[in-house]
Ligand binder design. Structure first.
Ligand code: ATP
Length: 313
């Protein structure tokens, strides 16, 4: 099947600064592809090249089978795009702005705009200049989704959204996928990629340092755990924790209240069963940040990254 998006040796330099090096990605139709990476990794640059907002220095891109340079408005209508930095100003109201976008993007199902606004909790009667950052972002999402495009290219789409709205957005992405739409989603939040994407590529310094099916990458199995246990014997706890598979970097401090910190790479159930035998006064389970997970999973060399868990379809 022809990929919905394909890049071959795509490169971008800003003056003498190389932003993207030889990018090769393929996004299969009807899937959600997560592009994740720290600030400055090159996510926005990549997405802008796919939309022909900026031009590559060399290499090729195909979007829905076409070269973005020659695709023009007909190709743009088949794509819904949320830019990373959404600037919406002016006295126009949300509804009016979306009507204007609808003239460009083509047919929209009746009530589609209202339904999306309801789901995201956006008042379409407010002037866009009066909207908060999060509400402007909702308007950006509505204009991308409202015409049910074949392809959604979403650059950090949840920035500024509160957790409930983020959850609704993730549901919208899952529904789009069920309808057969393709989604390319950039993010620096690991959990939202894990919850929605079939395939993930980790971009760092303009290069893909890890790539594969989300399940095979096991991203997010590593967790930092902090807990406080009332009246627990630190020595006994130490012995019990030593028997938990995948638990490392264990530190045990305190008297009366015993504080434990550790890193868990594996199943959380044995640890949860251990806590259950104590009076737990505090418990925090955190995902490591992206960079840490990637380095832990793939070793410190980007060269190690590709190939492990890789499933390039
Ligand atoms: P963020 O998560 O912070 O949005 P990003 O992954 O989207 O980051 P890009 O915005 O694509 O990263 O930036 C990639 C690199 O290119 C960075 O080093 C950035 O400083 C540089 N860059 C981006 N736009 C320009 C520009 N117009 N001129 C010069 N350098 C740029």
């Amino acid at each position: 099947m022809t990929p919905a998006i394909e890049t071959i040796g795509l490169k971008k330099r800003y003056g003498s600064h190389p932003a993207i090096h030889d990018l090769d990605i393929a996004v299969e139709p009807g899937t959600v592809f997560g592009l994740i990476g720290p600030n400055g990794a090159g996510k926005t640059t990549t997405l802008r090249m796919l939309l022909d907002i900026i031009r590559p220095s060399s290499g090729q891109a195909r979007v829905l089978g076409l070269d973005p340079r020659g695709g023009g408005p007909a190709l743009r209508r088949r794509i819904g795009y949320v830019p990373g930095e959404l600037r919406l100003e002016g006295r126009i109201r949300g509804r009016g702005l979306l009507r204007h976008y609808a003239e460009i993007s083509g047919t929209i199902a009746p009530k589609a705009v209202e339904d999306l606004a309801d789901r995201l909790g956006l008042d379409l009667n407010r002037q866009v200049r009066m909207l908060s950052k999060g509400n402007k972002q909702k308007l950006g999402l509505i204009q991308a989704f409202m015409h049910r495009p074949e392809l959604l290219i979403l650059d950090e789409p949840t920035s500024g959204l509160d957790p409930l709205v983020q959850r609704e957005f993730l549901e919208m992405v899952r529904e789009a996928r069920m309808r057969g739409q393709t989604v390319l989603l950039s993010s620096h939040v690991l959990s939202e990629i894990q919850q929605t994407a079939d395939h993930v590529a980790v971009l760092s310094g303009g290069r893909i340092v890890a790539e594969g099916a989300v399940a095979s990458l096991r991203l997010g199995q590593i967790r930092h755990v902090r807990m406080s246990l009332d009246r627990a014997d630190p020595d006994a706890i130490r012995v019990e924790l030593a028997a938990i598979p995948g638990l490392r970097d264990v530190s045990i401090t305190g008297e009366g209240e015993t504080r434990v910190t550790a890193t868990l790479d594996g199943d959380i159930d044995p640890l949860a069963k251990l806590f259950a035998r104590y009076r737990v006064t505090d418990l925090v389970v955190e995902e490591p940040d992206l960079e840490e997970s990637v380095l832990q999973l793939y070793g410190n060399s980007p060269g190690n990254a590709r190939g492990k868990g890789v499933n390039r379809g």
